[in-house]
Structures are given as structure tokens and as C-alpha cells.
Write a protein that binds this ligand. Structure first.
Ligand code: SF4
Length: 434
């Protein structure tokens, strides 16, 4: 088990992860360290990120590409890391979306600038995850647990922060809880059962840390579901911390997490295998086993928070969300976030949310397609307020736009037919619906 990567293509390199959520990028780096791969989150994005990313983009690229390119160039031009010592985690993708072009385009830029030795890590099941060396199976399991744990802590943050009575206390709790989780995840050489027990114990400690945040839940806030393109939705730099702005405007947010995307890609893999007549194949058996073990691990970690997410339950199966989108977008023909955003909006309406924000990079085809069907979605969901926001890194002032949206949300909240389970004190089960 983990610890020695000599002979692996990553030996002698540091893998950098573009940040999606703060918790996610830290925990996934810890998972890589658990098998002996030096891994770190990319340093925080800033104005120089946009400057460098913009200098080597034509303006037609999506914001996540500009941010990732700018963050990587920042490390290289300042000489913080030598190109031959660096690896960049960049998931691969086929299909029509521009996402599949990020890696090839960045490679081209690095070569032109003399940084051609930067290695790209794009692990896929098609190549047996060979890019991460012989510990691939162990790493995949630990990475999944790390990701679920990170998502759960992020979810707790959004559950608690709007009700904190000491500004900054919930963010500080998240920072501590993620640190505790990372220290558990990165321990090398453990058997799977030992690792799971260690992560569960770390999450219990993290939960306790959140319980020490002073809160007042006596005035429940309207709940806003946040969907959209995965990077822009979760990366607070790209979306100008829109969740915090909703909280400042009096709301509370329920954001679609990274785990949701993993379940979607799993479901899509099953669908593809069936489509190509591989229902009875070793590949399908492998896909089913993966689903089974991921579900088992997820349950084990979720149990730590029993009662905390009453009223905030995620769908039992992602295919439920895909089916909810069907009246508007056909799941077999419409792929990616547009499908999830539309289906999840309907799901969240049924959970009693008071509004939906769909977050996207400027010109993102997911946002454009979802926006086209939202008027029907809203009409079918009792005129639920749905707002699509686009971000291009220019820091437009959105306060008024959000205030108007929050007015609509409050108005809907007073007249809505589907009531939600209101948040009780954190640590106790939610209170009665209203
Ligand atoms: S999902 Fe949107 S932002 Fe991401 S690559 Fe595709 S078009 Fe660009």
C-alpha cells in the first residue's frame, strides 16, 4: 500500500489541483499524498490570475480555462516551481463542450513559453488510471472518501454560516475541520477499513468543531438552491463569492456539490455501456461494483451527520434528477450540467426551496440552454423565482440584481405551496415545516 511512487510517472513532481471548493481541493490533495504523491492545492486566485490568463487567451475561452491557465502561469513565471517538477491535474473530456480543449490549449501555451515540461494528469477509466501509477485503486477509493467528506463539511458550512452570531466563526470552523480531515486522509499505508474508520472519526471531530460556532436559528431564512456550471458555481473567485452575497442579502444557500457530478458521470457511463450492448460485460460489472462501493462509503460518512441534514437531503439516486429534467431536456440527448441544473431545480422545488440561482461562465452553453427552458420550469413549479447569472471575471456590481432576486424569493416564500423542513439548531434534527 501507499508511500512509494518511484517508477511512477509522477515521481519527483508536485501535482497541483485547480481549486473548485476550498474543502475539496485540500482533501483531494491529501488523498494523493496518502499514496506518496506530492500534491497541493493551487494557491488562491487573484487579479494576477486574470491578467496572466487573459494575456494568453483570445477572449472567447470560458472563464474556468482563463482562471486555471492564469493560476498555473502565476506559479511558473514567479519560478515557484520548475516546469519539470510540476504536474497539473486536468480532468479530460470528450464531446462538444469546450472543456475538452482546456488541456490541449494550455499545453500549447506552455510550449510556446518554454514551459513544455509541465505534465498533465488526466486520469480516466479508459486508460485504467495509469497516469497515477500502481496505487490507482487505493487512490481512487481514498479520493472518493476525501471528496465526500469535503462536500459534507462544505454543506455544514452553508447550513451554519447564515445563522452564526460571531462573524467568521463558521469559516474558521470549516478551516479547522478540513485540516482535521486532511490529516486523516493523508495517512499512508492503511487498509481500506482502517482508513474509513479514521476518516469517520475525523468528520465527527469536524462536526463537533462546527457545534462550537455560536448560532441563532430562531429566524429561518429563505433557502436558495444554487446550480450551474461546476467550476464557476463552486469556485468562489470565479463567482465572486455569490453564496456569501446571498447570505449577506438575508438568504441561505443549498449548492449542488462535486459528488453530484461524480454520480452523474457514473450514471452516464452505465448508460453508454447499455447503448453499446455491453449490459452483460466485465466493464458493466466493474461499473456496478464501483457504484456499490462508492454508495457504501458515502452512507458510512453521511451517518456521522445523522439528523443534521433533515430537510436538506440530496437525491437518493442521481437518475431521479435526470428524470425530473425529462419534460424540458431529454437525458439521452442533453448531457452535462444543463441536465443536472434543470432536474435539480425541480427536485429543490419539491424540497421547498424559495428560489434558484444558476451560476455560469459568460457564454457557457450549459447556462444558455438551461436559461431557455427555465421559464417553463418556473411556471410548472408555482412560479418559483429562477435567475441565471453569468461571470466573466470583470467584477460587475451585482448587489442590486441580487437584492431584486431576494425580493422575489421572499415574496415566493410567503405564498409557496410546498413547505420545507426548517433548520433546527445545528446538531439537533430540523424543526417542523413552515
Ligand atoms: S461547461 Fe461551459 S464553461 Fe465549461 S467548458 Fe463547457 S461551455 Fe465552457
Amino acid at each position: 500500500m501507499g508511500g512509494d511512487v518511484s517508477g511512477s510517472p509522477l515521481s519527483g513532481r508536485t501535482v497541483f489541483f485547480p481549486p473548485m471548493t476550498e474543502a475539496g481541493v485540500r482533501t483531494i490533495s491529501a488523498a494523493f499524498r496518502s499514496v506518496g504523491i506530492d500534491a497541493r492545492p493551487m494557491p488562491p486566485s487573484d487579479e494576477e490570475t486574470l491578467l496572466l490568463g487573459g494575456r494568453f487567451s483570445s477572449g472567447e475561452e470560458c472563464l474556468p480555462q482563463k482562471v486555471t491557465l492564469g493560476d498555473t502561469l502565476k506559479l511558473l513565471v514567479h519560478g515557484d516551481v520548475a516546469p519539470e517538477k510540476m504536474a497539473l491535474f486536468m480532468p479530460a473530456s470528450n464531446g462538444p463542450c469546450r472543456f475538452g480543449q482546456y488541456g490541449p490549449y494550455m499545453k500549447m501555451v506552455f510550449e510556446e513559453m518554454g514551459y513544455g515540461d509541465v505534465m498533465f494528469v488526466s486520469p480516466t477509466c479508459a486508460d485504467g488510471y495509469s497516469g497515477v501509477g500502481e496505487h490507482a485503486d487505493e487512490l481512487l477509493r481514498t479520493a472518493w472518501r476525501a471528496m465526500v467528506g469535503g462536500d459534507l463539511l462544505q454543506k455544514i458550512l452553508l447550513r451554519v454560516r447564515p445563522y452564526e452570531t460571531e462573524k467568521g466563526a463558521a469559516d474558521a470552523a470549516l478551516n479547522d475541520a478540513v485540516g482535521i480531515l486532511c490529516r486523516a486522509v493523508e495517512v499512508p499505508g492503511e487498509k481500506q477499513g482502517e482508513k474509513l474508520a479514521r476518516i469517520v472519526a475525523a468528520l465527527r471531530q469536524g462536526r463537533k468543531r462546527f457545534q462550537s460556532v455560536p448560532t441563532d436559528f430562531s429566524s429561518p431564512r429563505p433557502l436558495v438552491g444554487v446550480v450551474g456550471e461546476i467550476f464557476c458555481r463552486l469556485n468562489t473567485f470565479s463567482n465572486e463569492d455569490v453564496v456569501r452575497k446571498v447570505e449577506e442579502a438575508g438568504g441561505e444557500c443549498w449548492i449542488s456539490d462535486v459528488t453530484e457530478w461524480v454520480w452523474y458521470t457514473n450514471a452516464d457511463h452505465h448508460r453508454e455501456l447499455k447503448r453499446y450492448g455491453k449490459t452483460l460485460s466485465m466493464e458493466m460489472l466493474g461499473a456496478k461494483l464501483k457504484w456499490h462501493f462508492q454508495r457504501k462509503d458515502e452512507h458510512a460518512l453521511l451517518e456521522v451527520f445523522e439528523g443534521d441534514f433533515r430537510g436538506y437531503e440530496e437525491p437518493h439516486d442521481i437518475r431521479e434528477v435526470m428524470e425530473l429534467a425529462r419534460p424540458y431536456l431529454v437525458p439521452e440527448g442533453t448531457l452535462g450540467e444543463m441536465l443536472l441544473s434543470v432536474g435539480k431545480s425541480v427536485y429543490l422545488h419539491r424540497k421547498g426551496v424559495d428560489g434558484i440561482l444558476d451560476i455560469n461562465p459568460f457564454t457557457c452553453m450549459n447556462g444558455i440552454v438551461s436559461e431557455a427552458v427555465y421559464p417553463r420550469v418556473s411556471r410548472d413549479c408555482d412560479d418559483l423565482p429562477v435567475r441565471v447569472l453569468y461571470f466573466d471575471g470583470t467584477h460587475a456590481d451585482r448587489r442590486y440584481e441580487l437584492e431584486i432576486f431576494m425580493e422575489l424569493v421572499r415574496e415566493y416564500s410567503c405564498r409557496k405551496r410546498i413547505r420545507r423542513i426548517l433548520p433546527g439548531d445545528f446538531g439537533a434534527a430540523g424543526s417542523a415545516g413552515a
